[in-house]
Design a protein around this ligand. Structure first.
Ligand code: FUB
Length: 338
């Protein structure tokens, strides 16, 4: 960054992120930001107080619909484009519309979302629209072979798209091995390899997986898979993939240690080698993000619970500049330190 006025603008944006959510008329979380048609579109969860008691399954995260936000620039106003999809319109889903993502191909837009079926099992669905803001029409069934939560769809320069997904505990990932669910399964023991997120290449029509989901492996500095007991570094939820300098950056939340971390690899399938934290803990239990380039500058979209006074399921999304150092490492952000 050589232009001083540009530097001042980015510093001002970082300072604004400390106190100001992108919108305050609704609670929002889990922001997946994309540049579509030259503008920023953000696909967040729409947090509500559904009146459901707290439990270990995250039942109090009782979200029912999605609103899409549009911004002309990261320091501009975020326009709420209204309800893009409601759970009542999704035949296979009953409740808990958790963190979504979106993608585009051949002029159509695809909203990917996790939700619980009536039997309490999370799956991932897709809904299709003609505009980035929707409305989106859901497919009648969930994506075959999908499970758990937090879809993130990355489209590579060759046009192939990949869905990353999975989340531990309330997100149910620990119940699966080799894509098969077994209620008796729990998170592996501390000295066993950690469970990874999953990745599957999408079919050309963006509606189904083109292959069975594969395990994403995150390695330590010695090339060994991170251990399940390594709670400061192991994957928990909130997958995101961006490409920088020809390398693939997989970022994620560590859940119960409240960090956003990243790992780098040479293929969209990984393996990825752990690098360090991107964002230190925010106010609230969850942390979830996206990373996007807009007009030559990179940004981190994330959330915290400051606006609600710390209520963990009533969150607000924010944006702050993100810097890759000359060697490609990401500078760690303190959400309250600007
Ligand atoms: O918003 C509900 C869940 O909280 C998301 O799916 C997780 O990533 C966490 O942010």
């Amino acid at each position: 960054m050589s232009d001083p006025s540009e530097h001042q603008e980015l510093s001002a944006l970082a300072a604004k992120a400390i106190s100001q959510p992108l919108v305050t008329h609704i609670y929002t979380a889990d922001p997946s930001a994309h540049v579509f048609e030259g503008r920023l579109y953000v696909y967040p969860s729409h947090d509500i107080d559904a009146g459901i008691p707290f439990d270990d399954e995250g039942s109090h995260f009782g979200m029912e619909d999605y609103h899409v936000l549009r911004m002309d620039s990261p320091d501009g106003d975020a326009v709420d484009c209204g309800v893009a999809l409601h759970v009542r319109d999704v035949k296979w889903a009953q409740r808990q519309m958790w963190a979504p993502d979106a993608a585009t191909k051949d002029g159509r837009y695809y909203l990917y979302f996790p939700a619980k079926r009536a039997d309490g099992v999370f799956q991932i669905g897709v809904a299709v629209g003609d505009r980035p803001e929707g409305p989106f029409v859901p497919q009648p069934e969930a994506i075959a072979g999908s499970y758990s939560i937090d879809p993130a769809v990355f489209t590579d320069e060759d046009g192939e798209s990949y869905m990353y997904f999975g989340g531990l505990w309330g997100g149910q990932l620990q119940k699966y091995r080799d894509n098969v669910r077994d209620e008796s399964h729990v998170e592996p023991g501390d000295d066993e390899p950690a469970l990874g997120p999953k990745v599957a290449r999408m079919r050309g029509d963006m509606l189904e997986f083109a292959e069975a989901p594969r395990e994403v492996v995150i390695l330590d500095e010695d090339g060994m898979p991170l251990k399940a007991g390594d709670h400061e570094r192991r994957f928990f939820e909130a997958s995101w993939l961006h490409k920088f300098g020809g390398r693939y950056y997989f970022s994620y939340s560590t859940g119960n240690t409240h960090l956003l971390c990243y790992a780098i690899g040479d293929s969209p399938y990984g393996p990825f080698t752990y690098q360090g934290p991107i964002l230190t803990p925010v106010v609230g239990w969850t942390t979830h993000h996206s990373i996007v380039e807009f007009q030559g500058q990179w940004y981190l979209f994330y959330h915290d619970s400051i606006l609600s006074g710390g209520v963990t399921h009533l969150r607000s999304i924010k944006v702050t500049p993100l810097h890759h150092e000359a060697d490609g490492r990401i500078r760690t952000i303190d959400p309250y330190g600007a």
